[in-house]
Design a protein around this ligand. Sequence first.
Ligand SMILES: Cc1cc2nc3c(=O)[nH]c(=O)nc-3n(C[C@H](O)[C@H](O)[C@H](O)COP(=O)(O)OP(=O)(O)OC[C@H]3O[C@@H](n4cnc5c(N)ncnc54)[C@H](O)[C@@H]3O)c2cc1C
Length: 330
Amino acid sequence: MSNILLYAEVTRDNYLHTVLFELANKAQELSKKLDNAEVSALLICKTGLAELYKEAFINSGFDNVYIAEDNRFTHYSTEMYSKVAIDIIQEVKPDIMLIGATTQGRDLAPRIASSLHTGLTADCIGLDINEKGQLAATRPTFGGKLMATILCKTLPQMATVRPKVFKPASENIVKDTKFIYIKPEIDNIKKKVEFIEFVKSMNSVINELDSADIIVAGGRGMKNEAGFELLKNFAEKIGASIAASRGAVDMGLASQDIQIGQTGKTVTPKLYIACGISGAIQHIVGMNESDKIIAINTDKNAPIFEVCDCGIVADVFEILPQITDQLSKS
Ligand SMILES: Cc1cc2nc3c(=O)[nH]c(=O)nc-3n(C[C@H](O)[C@H](O)[C@H](O)COP(=O)(O)OP(=O)(O)OC[C@H]3O[C@@H](n4cnc5c(N)ncnc54)[C@H](O)[C@@H]3O)c2cc1C
């Protein structure tokens, strides 16, 4: 029977990364196209944590969970995690292995793929099974100008997938999940990197875009650093994270890691407020799954107004201070 293996990333605050549940839902769809392939997870975590996650695995449609627990897994280590993953893959022989395209996943996946001499399609935004039963992994290429669907000739067929591209299942898919504990063989691993301390970058302090309920995004219409300051004050007042269009990134007003769109992040907040963003298709694809969209733009014909729930034709330099003031008073 075919087997789809998903990497269950544990976050620094000891949660299962939400991309696992997005991948789990997609894997159920792929499984049906592979005559009900088994869906398994690989969990590498510090001792005692696996117990906390069992219910989540049972409710997310996993047939098997392979668990490697050890206190040496308190912090992610490329050498140790990839060794464990490679050992389990060689044992389980999955046809497909999916990993979230997170910072950790982007480090781990190529290491596994190169050790196993298999192919890896990185940063995918679409997955399907073709008529030959192969994984068809789609990702933007040539700077986002083309979408390439890539097949892999070797096993496992590996892909990393951007968080928020797929939705988690809307209801539980309960399975009689088997939990299989593996003794990690890591005694001889020489770590090249030692974890000392985690220091948050300024951007990640103000931005947790993947999990943000409200995002305030600025575009070229914010014009200058003072404009982005306005945006930050407004975001702070409403408890929002900050994002940007590529226009703003190109102007040096925001860093690329908060760019939304085809060559940036995909986000699905409850509320997305686009300020001074025209609404180019390359931007829209990264935010149009938001529950509600508000757009502020001086140009009443701006394309962003075609995708928003509420459009405000106004100058951001006038309206944002007014709203921020009102919020301060109330
Ligand atoms: C291959 C490729 C990939 C791309 N990937 C991305 C991507 O990932 N993300 C992305 O965002 N773009 C991407 N782009 C770029 C995209 O095509 C647009 O150029 C970009 O989104 C425009 O950014 P913007 O809306 O901030 O700027 P503009 O298009 O210049 O729009 C600025 C808007 O601000 C309004 N405005 C001006 N002054 C004010 C004011 N005072 N108050 C209110 N409104 C005002 C204007 O009316 C205008 O609508 C990509 C392009 C290509 C070719």
